[in-house]
Design a protein around this ligand. Structure first.
Ligand code: FAD
Ligand code: DLZ
Ligand code: SF4
Length: 525
């Protein structure tokens, strides 16, 4: 007998969690599930094809799991039931079933939230937007934290969540190990004789393979290849990936958290961000699994605390910040940076080895780890004064885990300091010496990280001083930048001029597109 549905449960592509708030009281006899692959969502930035395939495949698997539980799923796939927007999909479902009520969990972007908020008026349905309770902290908790503070810093929010959840806490309310943060232990360079273990990859099943086969033709404006695709697309596989990380890579995660190497694109990182972000894994279960490994003596505290801080600390903090700062966060430009994104961001063809490696791996795998994103690509964008909007759109497109609520604060706030310090207490600006200290990239580079001027000088060095000098009015009084500004003040005028000229020569080559040539022919200076 055909069921008569009363309510639509609309599930978005990053809401693939069985206990989702919009599904918690769903009933197969009364409720119709709607899921959609709208053209808009695949094209608002030129997403990496691996990201598109992962999301669509995970959605299709999730829809099948709901069908196995007896639900009817109206699934608008881009091939057979194409729609341009979520609104169009909802309208089609309403028209077909004459339903007047829809339930949805709050989405991960202001853009989609505004679209959902238009539904009642546009489509004549009542809409119940429920909180996304897959995070540790409700949004109101972040507002409480933020409201009387001049500065919103992650560390204090994190400590509050440690206390609240009891994660890595002693019964007397003190942090396990006697301190909150083991960051100073987590800055080792990878030794030459150590090669990190490869992460687990998953062979595509029929659903994934069908998407992979069509990805190049069906998403012509997307970027990247799908050749290296091995991402989990079900909760079952995501749990295997988590387990494999906890067993094989978590023990060294802390030591080499900030290291970079040509030997491995992933080092000891977990690669679980896309799984958490689309709902295949819950942050709580991930943190508890890491904590358990510590208590069982399988991983040291610096690794476990370092890992948990990324999720319980940074992930919760950036999410709170994104919603707290409102839909216009991201429209400012503190340093008035206006340089267009160079062409090599799209093909990785650049003579600077660190950028070539980090951008190249990004384009190949839809993944780069945190320090590549922050201290190589982000640092370059900051020092070279690239336009924040273009940079943020690039990050939103290229990474497998990129959703605006997490991408924007990290890129606009943390990497570019384009918000003038709402998120970070100082810009993460660094010279080539930092990259040399934390990686083996410079060994294979035509530039020398110890040289500041001359044809083979590392461009990051002069760019660093150019950035500090041109923004002295905005940064000169920052107490955390006292040392570099004192060093700059002590430098001889001739040296300063040479550095500024060196940086300007580089920036004009960049503007002329001359960095986009192959290194062998590059006559850069
Ligand atoms: P691991 O190093 O293993 O870390 C464990 C987990 O901690 C991650 O899976 C992630 O869930 C969480 N995490 C770590 N750092 C952060 C952070 N700064 N903010 C939020 N969560 C964090 N992360 C995204 O999920 N999506 C993005 O679009 C994104 N864009 C970024 C852009 C820039 C410029 C920077 C500097 C960072 C960005 N990050 C983003 C944060 C971080 O780089 C990624 O979460 C991480 O690299 C994902 O790889 P992993 O799972 O191996 O992480
Ligand atoms: C990023 C993305 C892509 C590529 N495709 C879909 C899709 O087909 N269906 C869907 O529901 N969501 C998709 N997403 C994620 C959305 O663009 C958006 O980021 C989230 O819905 C915000 O919660
Ligand atoms: Fe990058 Fe400079 Fe090192 Fe080359 S020398 S890899 S440009 S930091």
């Amino acid at each position: 007998m055909k069921r008569r549905f009363q309510t639509i449960r609309f599930v978005l592509g990053d809401q693939l969690t069985p206990g989702l708030s919009s599904l918690s009281d769903a009933d197969p006899d009364r409720d119709l599930i709607v899921m959609a692959e709208p053209r808009n969502e695949a094209t608002y930035v030129p997403h990496h094809r691996q990201k598109i395939v992962m999301i669509l495949s995970a959605m299709r698997h999730f829809a099948d799991e709901l069908r196995d539980q007896g639900f009817e799923v109206a699934y608008f796939d881009y091939q057979d039931r194409p729609v341009t927007s979520f609104t169009e999909a909802l309208k089609a479902a309403i028209d077909a079933h004459d339903i007047q009520h829809a339930v949805i969990t709050q989405p991960g972007e202001w853009r989609v939230k505004h679209e959902i908020e238009s539904w009642s008026e546009k489509l004549g349905v009542s809409v119940d937007i429920r909180p996304d309770d897959r995070f540790f902290a409700p949004l109101a908790a972040f507002e409480d934290f933020a409201k009387d503070r001049k500065e919103l810093r992650m560390e204090y929010f994190y400590r509050g969540l440690r206390r609240e959840t009891g994660i890595l806490m002693e019964p007397d309310g003190k942090p396990v190990g006697g301190q909150w943060n083991f960051d100073h232990d987590n800055r080792k360079r990878l030794p030459d004789d150590v090669t990190p273990p490869a992460p687990k990859t998953f062979a595509p099943d029929k659903i994934t393979q069908a998407l992979l086969d069509r990805a190049m033709d069906d998403f012509p404006d997307a970027l990247g290849d799908v050749a290296t695709f091995g991402w989990p697309v079900t909760r079952k596989d995501a749990l295997i990936a988590l387990d494999q990380f906890i067993t094989h890579r978590l023990p060294c995660f802390g030591d080499y958290q900030d290291a970079m190497t040509v030997k491995s694109a992933t080092l000891y990182h977990s690669l679980i961000s896309p799984c958490i972000n689309i709902g295949l894994l819950l942050p709580d279960e991930v943190c508890r699994a890491a904590e358990k490994a510590y208590h069982e003596g399988k991983a040291p505290l610096n690794a476990v605390e370092g890992f948990i801080r990324q999720i319980l600390g940074w992930r919760e903090y950036v999410r709170g910040l994104y919603w707290y700062l409102g839909p216009d966060y991201g429209s400012g430009n503190h340093f008035k940076a206006r340089r267009p994104l160079p062409g090599f961001f799209w093909d990785g063809d650049v003579p600077m080895k660190c950028l070539k490696q980090a951008i190249g791996e990004t384009l190949e795998n839809a993944y780069a780890h945190h320090i590549q994103r922050l201290m190589v690509i982000g640092n370059f964008a900051l020092l070279a004064g690239l336009d924040p909007k273009e940079v943020c759109d690039w990050y939103l497109a290229v990474y497998i885990d990129a959703f605006e609520w997490v991408e924007l604060p990290n890129t606009f706030g943390m990497a570019l300091y384009a918000d003038g310090g709402k998120m970070a207490s100082k810009p993460y600006a660094a010279s080539g010496k930092y990259i040399d200290r934390m990686s083996d990239y410079c060994q294979g580079c035509q530039f020398n990280p110890r040289k500041n001027t001359g044809t083979d000088a590392c461009p990051f060095n002069a760019l660093y001083w150019h950035f500090m000098d041109r923004n002295a009015d905005k940064l000169g009084n920052n107490p955390r930048l006292g040392m570099p500004y004192r060093n700059w003040a002590r430098m001889k005028d001739d040296n300063k001029r040479e550095l500024i000229n060196q940086a300007e020569a580089f920036l004009s080559k960049l503007d002329d597109g001359k960095l986009d040539t192959s290194p062998a022919q590059a006559d850069l200076f």
